[in-house]
Write a protein that binds this ligand. Structure first.
Ligand SMILES: CC(C)(COP(=O)(O)OP(=O)(O)OC[C@H]1O[C@@H](n2cnc3c(N)ncnc32)[C@H](O)[C@@H]1OP(=O)(O)O)[C@@H](O)C(=O)NCCC(=O)NCCS
Length: 192
């Protein structure tokens, strides 16, 4: 399902971060961030089973992300340090939660965890989702066991809307995981 409204910006600058649409030239930085974070990512990111990831594989993935950005399929961003010398994580706005809704996803490299990076990036994507894309609601879906991730929407004041059983895609050999859905509607967005 492609997003039918205006797309978000290719580049967003926050206090400490540059969020931008990936370029294939970011492949080395992506492999470094992912391959140094395998144990950190594996518990809740099934795709981490495929790590380590070669630079060539990262380049191919980034080309797909870039293409999908330009066709409004999903808006995947690298979270870069302000001088863009290091990739601190990834995040995105995903039009996969029904009409008018954008879902935010995120991961942060192990060495940058617990420094408020995911919160800072999610705050910026929330604003872009409402103010630029014209979303009616922004959702964040989290496994209830993922305590670190639950803290992000909670810090940003997203209300917890519902708990859904067996809803999150997981590993092929595992049952689906439950999801806590946090939803912020446009009329409740305070511009934080
Ligand atoms: C979840 C994740 C993205 C959080 O990123 P982060 O940049 O470390 O998060 P923040 O520093 O912005 O933390 C925000 C709040 O979340 C909670 N939190 C974050 N990490 C935590 C931890 N390890 N233990 C307990 N609470 C934690 C805290 O309430 C924190 O606020 P505080 O530091 O002021 O107490 C990161 O741990 C990660 O990449 N995990 C693996 C991938 C993943 O689970 N992605 C989310 C899928 S839904």
């Amino acid at each position: 399902m492609a997003w039918e409204g205006p797309p978000p910006p290719y580049r967003i600058e926050t206090e400490r971060l540059v969020l931008r649409c990936y370029s294939p030239d970011d492949a080395q930085l992506l492999s470094d961030a992912l391959n140094s974070s395998v144990d950190h990512l594996k518990p809740f990111m099934p795709w981490a089973d495929e790590l380590p990831q070669s630079v060539d594989d990262s380049r191919a993935l980034l080309r797909r992300f870039r293409a999908a950005f330009d066709t409004n399929e999903q808006f995947v961003y690298g979270m870069f340090a302000a001088d863009e010398s290091e990739l601190l994580g990834g995040c995105g706005l995903h039009p996969r939660v029904g009409a008018g809704g954008l879902e935010i996803g995120y991961w942060v490299r192990a060495s940058a965890a617990r420094q408020g990076i995911a919160t800072e990036a999610t705050r910026a994507l929330t604003r872009a989702g409402f103010e630029v894309c014209g979303a009616d609601r922004i959702e964040i879906r989290i496994d209830p066991a993922n305590v670190a991730s639950l803290g992000v929407p909670q810090k940003l004041g997203f209300p917890e809307e519902v708990r859904l059983r067996r809803r999150l895609p997981g590993r092929p050999d595992e049952p689906l995981r439950d999801a806590v859905v946090f939803t912020l509607f446009s009329e409740d967005f305070k511009g934080a």
